[in-house]
Design a protein around this ligand. Structure first.
Ligand SMILES: *Cc1c(COP(=O)(O)O)cnc(C)c1O
Ligand code: SF4
Length: 387
């Protein structure tokens, strides 16, 4: 093991990156303290392009910017189109105006019931625990809440405690699933997180607790055995994370996932379809099969919403459908996520049909484009009359 035992194999041919002793590299607090928030610090890890420098200056005072040394170490030092770099380093696109862009196109604010509770689906809620994240992803769907310096969904007049939020959840026994998100809930220290999870567990109608966290991708060292053991005291606890590119599937990330799984916490993944980052079939196949190798179950592929400051990452729906057809039937069935569009009326699954009704019966097509018609005597399309 080198002095940078934790540093994954990102290209550093010139060797200009800092050498970090393993004891520090493996300590998530070291990364939090050393987060990159200035051009000078970024230059220790990557050679910034003039466009990136311009965007960093333009974003200052508008959007938060922060990168963990761990995530920076995954970046190509020379190529601004590096998929990891694009997710974390500001680009001119985020300051451009796009038609139709909105701060909250999916209407989270409309479904806010208390300071922190978003109740959009009958039996489950989102609990917005924080606005802090270790890295501020340039494509964050809650960019207004997490990254916009003028914005937050939290109201100042309701204080920082959870009394009202917990009262709402306890007062609505139809809520059986609480999803902790933010921001990133693992930004809290273990003790604070435990207070929240324990308070939810004390509500008999809450059946499952879910955590949405990108720490396994942005700073996997944060997922310690102690954290996992704490969460395991409140089972059933599930965790969904957010890998977007195979470059993020490092040894450290795999180890973090393994710690969660060994504590009985199932790990799922929600990918966002991002233009220029992962919008091609080969990348998505490598990502989904790579996730299976580290035992993470692909859950959703989100279409990128037209969120202010994020629109430059948007692809067409056609592109998403094409990628789904490149996955379905071509890789392990449970490696195929569901492609969804988040809207004011909920998440809408998007897919081209594999079966269509015709006068001759059901017309089927497979993943290779072969077709088959099953006539109604073989396969009734409507429920037959009582026999
Ligand atoms: C996505 C989401 C959920 C959880 O939905 P699942 O489909 O069960 O994962 C809950 N509430 C809100 C507001 C959401 O956006
Ligand atoms: S970690 Fe999640 S909530 Fe935080 S900025 Fe990234 S996408 Fe947004």
């Amino acid at each position: 093991m080198s002095a940078m035992s934790g540093t994954p194999g990102a290209a550093d041919p010139a060797g200009f990156r800092p050498r970090v002793p393993a004891a520090e590299w493996d300590d998530w607090r070291w990364h939090m303290r050393r987060r990159i928030t200035t051009v000078e610090k970024a230059r220790q890890w990557i050679r910034l392009s003039p466009d990136e420098e311009k965007a960093i200056a333009g974003a200052a005072g508008k959007y938060r910017w922060s990168i963990t040394p761990y995530y920076a170490s995954l970046m190509d030092p020379d190529d601004p189109r590096c998929p990891v770099r694009q997710q974390a380093v500001p680009a001119p696109g985020e300051l451009a105006e796009f038609p139709g862009a909105e701060v909250d196109p999916v209407g989270d604010t409309h479904y806010r019931r208390t300071n922190r509770v978003v109740h959009k689906y009958r039996d489950r809620v989102v609990l917005l625990v924080t606005e802090a994240c270790p890295v501020y992803c340039r494509h964050c769907t809650r960019k207004f809440h997490t990254t916009d310096l003028d914005g937050t969904y939290f109201r100042d007049d309701e204080g920082g405690d959870y009394t009202e939020d917990l009262r709402y959840i306890a007062g609505h026994p139809e809520i059986r699933d609480v999803l902790l998100t933010g921001g990133d809930p693992l930004s809290y220290r273990d003790g604070k997180l435990e207070e929240i999870v324990a308070a939810l567990r004390a509500i008999p109608s809450v059946e499952i607790v879910r955590i949405g966290s990108r720490f396994p991708v942005l700073l996997p060292q944060r997922v310690t055995d102690e954290l996992c053991a704490m969460l395991a005291r409140y089972h059933p606890v599930w965790l969904n994370t957010h890998f977007n590119h195979p470059k993020e599937l490092t040894g450290e990330a795999a180890a973090a996932v393994d710690r969660l799984l060994r504590h009985g916490i199932p790990v799922g993944n929600q990918t966002v379809l991002l233009r220029g980052v992962n919008d091609d079939i080969a990348t998505m196949r490598a990502l989904m099969t790579g996730l299976l190798r580290i035992r993470v179950r692909p859950y959703y592929l989100y279409h990128c919403d037209n969120v202010t400051g994020v629109s430059h990452f948007m692809t067409s729906v056609e592109k998403g459908l094409e990628i789904m057809e490149g996955l379905q039937g071509h890789i392990t069935g449970f490696g195929v996520p569901q492609y969804v569009l988040t809207t004011r009326i909920g998440k809408i699954p998007l897919a081209r049909p594999y079966a269509t009704r015709t006068p001759d019966g059901l017309l089927l097509r497979n993943h290779e484009g072969r077709t088959l018609v099953l006539d109604p005597t073989t396969l009734p399309i409507t429920e037959p009359d009582a026999r």
